[in-house]
Write a protein that binds this ligand. Structure first.
Ligand code: CA2
Length: 153
């Protein structure tokens, strides 16, 4: 399917700080796949279901907020791994809270098995669903769940 055959607005896949380093270091925590590989697999999965993806990664809180705000009326759902901002950013939570479509928060690692400061995510109370601890599979499952939700509306 070519991009011109998509009639739907895209699903957003947003990754926060340091997730551009996936596959380079700490594979025992975050897995061996690069972010580009994860995004490619998700794109194939979305295309098979008749949707397109718009992927964005930034190390900057404001850039993540701007992206979510700017695309809120030009997309149908959001998968977000906020990275470390999960544990610190009220501002990113507010942007996600203002996003008018389903949102799934993903963490590669099980944040509840790690240091105490990772046990709380500011975003979790304002998202539709949360997946953590399943590595890159978490993104696939998140997209699966989002596609099911979108097919019910
Ligand atoms: O488990 C996750 O997906 C996290 O969102 C990853 C964040 C961490 O701060 C969160 O607590 C949980 C960190 C991403 C760092 O990614 C790296 C990847 C490769 C090498 C170094 C860092």
């Amino acid at each position: 399917m070519t991009s011109s055959s998509f009639t739907q607005a895209p699903i957003l896949v947003v990754n926060g700080p340091n997730l551009n380093l996936l596959g380079e270091r700490e594979p025992h925590i975050y897995g061996a796949q690069t972010l580009a590989e994860i995004e490619q697999a998700l794109s194939t999965q979305a295309t098979q279901a008749g949707y397109s993806l718009l992927c964005f990664q930034s190390n900057h809180e404001g850039a993540l907020i701007d992206f979510v705000q700017q695309k809120r009326h030009e997309s149908v759902g959001l998968i977000i791994n906020p990275g470390g901002y999960a544990h610190t950013s009220v501002a990113l939570r507010d942007a996600v809270s203002a996003y008018p479509h389903p949102v799934i928060e993903v963490h590669l690692s099980n944040i509840y098995k790690r240091e105490g400061f990772r046990h709380h995510s500011y975003l979790s109370a304002v998202v539709s669903g949360l997946i953590c601890g399943l590595g890159a599979d978490g993104y696939r499952l998140a997209l699966d769940a989002l596609l099911r939700q979108l097919s019910q509306v």
